[in-house]
Design a protein around this ligand. Sequence first.
Ligand code: BF8
Length: 651
Amino acid sequence: MSKIEQKSIDLASQQMLKKAEAEGIQTVWDRLEEMQPQCGFGQLGVCCSVCSMGPCRIDPFGEGASLGVCGANADTIAARNLARKIAVGGSAHSDHGRDVVNTLLMCAKHTAHKKGEKGHSHDYEITDEKKLKELAQEFGIDINKDINKIAEEVGNLMLSEFGKQKGQLLFIKRAPQKRQEIWRKTGIIPRGIDREVVELLHTTTMGVDNDYRNLMLTGLRCALADGWGGSMIATDLQDVLLGKPVPVRSKVNLGVLKEDQVNIVVHGHEPILSEMAVKASRDPALVKLAKEKGAKGINLVGMCCTANEVLMRQGVPVAGNFLQQELAIITGAVEVMMVDVQCIMPALEQIASCFHTKLITTSPKARFPGVKHIQFSEERAYEVSKQIIKEAIDNFPNRIKERVNIPPQSMDLVAGFTKEIIFQILGGTYRASYRPLNEGIISGRLRGVAGVVGCNNPKQTHDLYHVELVKELIKKDVLVLQTGCSAIACAKAGLLVPEAAEQYAGRGLQEICAAVGIPPVLHMGSCVDNSRILTAACEIIKEGGLGNDLSDIPAAGAAPEWMSEKAITIGFYFVGSGVFTVIGAEPFAVLGSKNLTDYLTKGIEQDVGAKFAFAEEPQEMARLMIEHIDRKRKALNLKPVMYEEQLQVKS
Ligand code: BF8
C-alpha cells in the first residue's frame, strides 16, 4: 500500500490527498504525523489536570508515581476523564435537540399569523402533523385542538424535559418494561440532560467520586439522558418540523461537486438552517443570478451529519464524511462552505484561505476569529440562507479554473429509513408491522441486526474499518443499520443500494432484501438519529418472539472509526440500553486503569446487561459481534442460521 492508500481507501479522497501534497497544503493526516509521538499518558487516560496541584500523571509501568498529588489513583483519574467526555458528548447532541424544540415553539406561537401577514415571523411550518399528534397522544395531550396549540404544548413539555430535576424522562416509557426495571434497579434511570450533565461533572471534580464504577454509572445515566432524551427529542421534533424521512435516492462522494455550477457545502449538524439553505438554493431569482455570473446553476451538497439530515429529507447529495471536509475545499470548486456546530475542523479557515472558498459560520456558539459570520436566526432563516447563497454566487467568478480538480467518483445510495418506514416496507402500508423482520430473525434467514455508526479517525485508514466490518456482517446475514459518517463511508463503497445485497450479502439477507426491495444496509440518519435505532429495537421487542429486553435481541453495535466525544456518549447509551458495542480506533483512553477496563469490558454487564469490547481490526470486530449475536440466538432457542454453510457471496 502506498502512503496515500494507507490514509484512505476512498479513491476521490486519495486524488485530493495527492493534490494537497503537490500544492503543499497541510491536511489532518499531516498534522497527525507532525504530532507524533502523541502523549502516552493521555492515550492511557492517566493524565489528570482537574486541579492546580497537577497536572499529574500515573506511571503505567509502576516505576514512577502511582497516585496524583491529591491521592487519586489511575482508576479514579481514567474514570473521571471518561465521564467528562460522556458529559460533553451528551451536551452536544442535546443542545442541538433544545434548539429544535425552540424552533418548534417559535413556529407554533407565530403561525397564527399567515405568511406575509404582520406578525408572521418565521419560515417554518409543522410539516408532519400526524407525527406531532402521535407524540401529543403519547404524552397524554388532548389533540382535539388547533395544531399550533398542540405544537405549543408538546414543545413546552419537551423543553421542560431538558431540565427535569426529578423522576424520569418521558421517553423512558418507550423502552421495554424489563429495561426500565434494570435502569431503576441500577439507579440510572435518567432525569433531564441538564441535570445529569451537571451532576456528572460535579462528581468528576477534585475530591468527589473516587469509585470508578460509580463514576461510570453516573456516566451511563447521563448518556441515557441524551439517547432517550436530548437526541430522541431532536429526531422526533425535526421530523415534525421538517418532515419524516422516506426512502430517497441520491449520490455520494466528492464527485457530486459540479465544475460548471456554484458549489455550496453545508457542513455541521443542525438541519434547521441547512433545510432552509436547500430551499434558498432553489430560489428562481438566485438561480437566475448564478446564471448571470456564468454558472449553470446552484449546487448545494452536504458534509458530515448536516449532509445526512438534508439527504434523509431532501435527497441532497453528500460530498463526504468527516475526513473529507478539507478535501472538498481542496477541489478548488467550493464557493462557500457554510458551517454551524460540531465536527468542524478549526483547520478549515487555513485550507479555505489557500483557495477562493469562503468559510461562513452561522452559529453564535461556534465562530472563528476573522472568519465571515452570518448569524442564523430562526425568525430570519430564509433571508439568512439567501444571503449565504448570494455570497457563494458572488464568489463564483473568483474561482481559479486551473486549480479546479473534482474527482469523478460519485456513488448511488438510498437513504431515509426510520422506525416508521421499516414498519411499512416490511409489512406493507396496510399491515405495517415488524413481524417480517422478527420472523426473519426467528427463522434464521437473518442472523440478527447490527448498528454500525460513528466517525472517521485519521489514525485509521479512512473508511476501511466501516466498509470491511459492514461487508463482513452482511455476508453473514446481519441486517446493518447505520448513521453518521459510517453510513457515508459505506454509501461511497456502494453498500447502500438494493443491488448491493446480491453482490455482498449472505443468501438469507439477500432474500429479505429482494422481497422488500431494500439495501442490506439501512441509512437511518445523523448521529442524533441513533435514537431511531433505539426505537426500532423497542419495536422488535414489542413485536414479540425475541425476548423481553433489548439485551435479548440478537443485535450488536459498533463504532469502528470513532473520534468524537459524542461517539463515547452514544456507546454508553447503547450499552446502557443493553446493546453489546464494539469500539474501534482508541479504547476510550482507559487502558491505564485495569480495573476500569475490566469493568467496561466485563463487570458493566452485571449492571446493565451489556458490555463494551475494544478491537483493532474489522474482522475481529465482526467476529465479536457475530459471536455475540449467535449467543443471543442460542439463549432465545432460535433455529440455526438458515444458510450458514452456503454463503452466496461473490466478493
Ligand atoms: O455527529 S459521525 S465525525 S459528523 S461525531 Fe462528527 Fe462523528 Fe461524523 Fe456527526 Ni457523529
